[in-house]
Design a protein around this ligand. Sequence first.
Ligand SMILES: Cc1ncc(COP(=O)(O)O)c(C=O)c1O
Length: 391
Amino acid sequence: MHHEAWINKRLCELGKSQLDRHLQVYPEAGGKIQIGDRSYLNFSSNDYLNLARHPDVVAKAAEALTGSGCGATASRLVTGTLNLHDELEERLARHKGYPSALLFGSGFLANVGTIPALLDKNDHVFADKLVHASIVDAVTLSRAHLYRFRHNDVEHLEQLLKKVSSTSGRKLVVTESVFSMDGDLAPLQDIADVAQSHDAMVMIDEAHATGVFGPNGSGLVSELGLEPLVNISLGTLSKAFGGYGGFVACSKSVRAFLINHARSFIYSTALPPPVVAAALGALQVIEDNRDLGAQLLKNAAALRNRLQEAGLDTGNSASQIVPVMVGENSKALAVSQKLRRHGIIGVAIRPPSVPRGTARIRLSVTLSHTREDLEHVGQVIIATAQGEGLL
Ligand SMILES: Cc1ncc(COP(=O)(O)O)c(C=O)c1O
């Protein structure tokens, strides 16, 4: 296979800079997992509210599996729109405080479908430097001009907006409300105000805020009452909802437009009935237990304070995502391996998922972790960091 030689060469180069990635196989998912005869505290799962195995959620999925089968069997525009999709979209819209919602195959597909539907090569996207890869790919697909503003820097955003005259195409400002790798929060009110004063649309990726922040877990946009200024609030069902799928909450006309133009929506099979039913089950649990998000944030704050008091750098985390900044790739891998020996899964996150020189252990606290678990993990991380010369 001589034409694959370049691939092996590239893989070798990745390995040399400790940037090669490999799949690790786990027997199960969740915040606490059993591997062989050992149990692990998993701090790398996004099942924030511990819903992936919640009995009500599993029961809903099982019922749909038995009643409606494994697959939706067609794209939404053909015969794939089932009652379950319709019901979930209505309920998500209500939950988010928007007139309507539209499901996509995943959060990634929601970004990749929405941005190119709304913008083309004559348009302009202003995105935070740290936004998720799916947003960057979406902008590339749209062929719009991309301007990156410094992380959470509203002044820089405004400078960039000023450079583009209002007659030269549409403008979209896009950011995350809770940043996936840093766990910090965007200054959404200021961003929305600046966007409005420059006549730009606003899209907020609430992947990590959905289910956790806001009244009833409806997100940070909702907590701040910014629905009137945010055209599109994107969410995922794969994190706090414990399942799979993505969605946008928006006006009825944006929804109708996306149905006609979002290629990842049009040309892909609808979400399977059990997956949709699981999301309905998760939404019910979230709405019936209004303080789940607040409880999670309180627990995460306790861990974060413990790490910070010991002198560890957790960036500007203000959510259930608590990064422990390490810096070098090799050191982050070493810390991760040591944690594993102590029964803790904390995966090292390296470039290109995070900027160069900022490799870290990204801890995500979930409701499956007790206060004792958090106390324990805090102690182990501090001792490990000391052993690695980080403290
Ligand atoms: C900010 C952000 N947006 C979108 C996604 C993609 O969501 P999904 O996992 O549902 O494809 C993620 C998940 O990694 C994310 O962190």
